[in-house]
Design a protein around this ligand. Structure first.
Ligand code: 5AD
Ligand code: SF4
Length: 462
């Protein structure tokens, strides 16, 4: 962090002190939409608010401050936000609650215009580049009673030292880079998150060492495109492979995940690190998006169907115990039946362990939104159902392979549906339910898998 960013955090700490005197025992509610990067941002928002003296509540109705951390990756994420805003308005009328909106959606001009025009009851709007200024925004609103609009569209700096309130005490999210330079033609992210900026390796390692000392066992390194991470040479860390090796050295951390890498940047040195470092998760996320080389070109993904299949083969050859997960978009403009068949073909060939499926959603300002040959909604949905059917069939087949095997499981807690059982995950991210007492929570245990149930496996301690 540079001197200027340091000063900025000092300024915010002053606002936190001032607010502490005003906010006494008030309650906040936060709703996080979208991806894990947003979840990590929300942990920082919670950190700042709890430092001020706010207490978190799970019911919006009880809150004096309502925060929505928004997502704009697909239209349904935006629709959800407007629906929730109606609910928030009622709470405002009842409790005189403050409503604050932030996150990716707020980085779009047409959204701000719509909010100002049709939702004038929103008190604070702040963007992804001004998240650290929430204490200042809140203070200004409370003192002046004027609405606060704090969004900038230049790339934000990287601010270290923002208080953080993590949702788990075993698994932690650690952002290593911000923004994206890839401009996939369907994607809004580069427009709302700005260009790629990497955190300093020393800041990342310090954070993870601190987490290990606090007892965290699992970390997930986050970025829109983690494998284009750039280090400045601290402890010889220049790229993502170097960073992974350094994280693997940290005592106490037992599981390392990272999301998301881009297949075009999945270099051999990263594959070698995965092979050498047993702490790295054995499920790798390789977002395919489409199996058709024609569509991939239109998407600006910079790899072909064959290159993707070869990459998966190469990784599997070098690290045989690895499995893959992926993201698929169906119904991208111009996608023919033949293109869609190509996607199904790659799904069969690579045999992904987990597939996140999305229907293409037009995003204002992206090149794909202006493309001709937009696909009919009915066809999109039909293709989505066909894809889902294949994926579920494969999931069942893959689950069967686990029966009889012994797996190392990090026990996460009590099952939601049955308070007498615990849940955890395998190194390939499969949910495992087991009968054991609560003293095992937070520990890594050996479990024999006895049956499969589509979305989870059942295991017994050995
Ligand atoms: N429509 C549908 N899915 C999208 N994604 C990104 N943009 C869109 C869009 N416009 C999906 C991609 C990405 C995941 C996070 O969201 O599959 O990998
Ligand atoms: Fe979006 Fe592509 Fe960047 Fe991922 S790599 S955030 S899909 S533009």
């Amino acid at each position: 962090m540079n001197i200027l960013e340091n000063e900025e955090i000092e300024i915010q700490n002053e606002y936190i002190k001032k607010l502490k005197e005003i906010i006494n025992g008030q309650k906040y509610y936060i709703l996080t939409m979208g991806c894990t990067l947003n979840e990590n941002d929300s942990e920082k928002i919670s950190g700042m608010l709890e430092e001020i003296g706010y207490q978190k509540v799970e019911e919006m109705q009880e809150a004096n401050l309502i925060v929505f951390n928004t997502c704009c990756i697909r239209e349904n994420a935006e629709d959800k936000m407007y629906g929730k805003l109606g609910e928030a308005k009622k709470v405002k009328e009842k409790n005189n609650a403050i409503i604050a909106l932030c996150g990716c959606m707020m980085q779009q001009k047409h959204i701000i215009e719509k909010l100002n025009k049709s939702y004038p009851f929103v008190d604070i709007i702040f963007g992804t580049h001004t998240l650290h200024k929430l204490p200042e925004d809140l203070y200004k609103l409370i003192i002046t009673k004027n609405k606060v609009r704090d969004v900038i569209d230049i790339d934000g700096e990287i601010y270290e030292g923002i208080p953080i309130k993590r949702t788990s005490n075993k698994k932690a999210l650690v952002t290593i880079m911000y923004g994206c330079n890839n401009f996939c033609t369907y994607c809004i992210v580069p427009y709302v998150r700005g260009r790629e900026r990497s955190r300093k390796a020393e800041d990342i390692l310090n954070e993870i060492e601190g987490l290990a000392k606090e007892g965290y066992k699992e970390i997930t390194l986050l970025g829109q495109n983690v494998n284009s991470y750039k280090g400045s040479g601290y402890k010889e860390i220049y790229n993502f492979a170097d960073l992974l090796r350094a994280v693997n050295e940290i005592d106490g951390i037992e599981i390392i995940n990272f999301i998301s890498p881009h297949p075009k940047d999945f270099t051999d040195d990263v594959i070698d690190v995965i092979k050498d470092c047993k702490k790295i998760s054995r499920i790798l996320h390789l977002p395919l998006q489409s199996g058709s080389s024609k569509i991939l070109k239109l998407m600006n993904r910079k790899y072909t169907k064959e290159q993707f299949i070869n990459l998966a083969k190469k990784i599997k050859q070098k690290v045989p115990d690895v499995v893959f997960s992926t993201d698929i978009i169906v119904g991208f403009p111009g996608e023919t039946e033949e293109d869609f068949e190509d996607t199904l073909d790659v799904i069969r060939t690579v045999n992904f362990e987990q597939v996140f499926m999305f229907i293409y959603s037009k995003r204002v300002g992206t090149p794909a939104a202006k493309m001709e040959n937009q696909i009919d909604e009915k066809i999109k949905h039909e293709r989505f159902e066909r894809l889902k059917e294949l994926v579920e069939k494969q999931l069942e087949e893959n689950n069967k392979k686990y029966i009889g095997t012994t797996q190392d499981i990090l026990v996460e807690g009590v099952s939601k549906n049955n308070k007498n059982t615990l849940t955890g995950r395998t190194k390939t991210n499969k949910i495992v339910v087991l009968d054991a007492d609560n003293s095992y929570i937070g520990k890594i245990v050996k479990v024999k898998i006895v049956s499969e149930h589509m979305w989870y496996l059942k295991g017994e301690m050995v």
